[in-house]
Design a protein around this ligand. Structure first.
Ligand code: ZN
Length: 283
């Protein structure tokens, strides 16, 4: 067992199955010595965001990311505008929380549509609009490409290369401190034969804003909610982390495990303890 270094690790609160209110989750994550937290909108919206932000700060935690964007593609102009507005509101909360980035899971096909190209065009248009707000608020937008199995329902953005190309197109000129980048989640990109090439490209353009870990179980019962604890599956997480850090990423590694089959049924202190151990032994 290597030395435990939980201060280099952040906990995405989805990992804990939303069993406790955010205030308790913050305390539990801090008590185990983690360095950061990534809360979800469902835990924050409708509450006093500034009070939650203060609590996180006082617990000594960084906010690695604020999860996540409202899906963008829509069948009508007014639904599209509503989706933009919803994301603008969330961006303001991300700023209040001091989040290092706002995580963009962009959405798939609108109901009834088979036009993936149109969905992608809407995502590009919306991202360009949101980028203006993000810059004004000092929040970075992190596009998170999802595994292609989600293309219809959750994300028409599936490749790291695609996300980086979109970022370069919407924010040209290779800025030293870009506002648009990517969030790299091993669950979504581990299979990509061009992974190392694209990680290096993301590093060169300073666009790697977040790094999420969990594992791909074999067999996987449910691609959405049967993700594995690091070390329980087939992803060479340590190798991917090595590539990401060699490309210049020096921020926290975020654990994000959707697991209705297993971890969400356990007490959060147990899940956090195992996350800490596996961060040392399998990442
Ligand atoms: Zn993720």
């Amino acid at each position: 067992m290597r030395v435990l270094r939980p201060e280099l690790c952040a906990i995405n609160t989805a990992t804990l199955g939303f069993q406790t209110p955010i205030e308790e989750t913050i305390e539990a994550v801090a008590r185990q010595g983690f360095g950061g937290i990534a809360p979800w909108r469902r835990e924050v919206e409708g509450k006093a965001t500034a009070a939650i932000a203060r609590r996180i700060r006082e617990a000594g935690l960084a906010v690695t990311g604020y999860c996540r964007s409202t899906f963008i593609p829509a069948s009508t102009k007014s639904d599209f505008a509503d989706n933009i507005d919803s994301n603008r509101r969330a961006l303001r909360d991300a700023a209040t929380l001091g989040a290092k980035s706002f995580v963009m899971v962009v959405g798939g096909l609108p109901t009834g549509s088979k036009d993936l190209g149109a969905a992608r065009a809407q995502v590009a248009d919306a991202t360009a609009l949101l980028l203006e707000d993000a810059r004004r608020l000092g929040v970075r937008l992190a596009l998170e490409p999802l595994h292609p199995v989600y293309a219809a329902e959750r994300s028409c953005l599936t490749l790291l290369s695609e996300a980086l190309a979109l970022a370069d197109r919407l924010e040209p000129g290779q800025p030293a401190a870009p506002s648009l980048g990517i969030c790299l989640d091993v669950y979504h990109v581990w299979w990509d034969p061009c992974l190392d090439r694209d990680i290096a490209r993301g590093g060169r353009s300073n666009r790697i804003f977040g790094f999420h870990v969990c594992d791909w179980l074999v067999p996987t019962a449910d691609v959405l909610n049967d993700r594995g604890m690091m070390g329980d599956g087939v992803i060479d997480i340590a190798a991917i982390r090595h590539s990401v850090e060699a490309a210049g990423y020096s921020d926290l590694v975020e654990v994000e495990i959707f697991s209705s089959t297993n971890w969400w049924k356990r007490p959060i202190t147990e899940t956090l303890r195992v996350c800490k151990e596996r961060f040392a032994s399998a990442c």
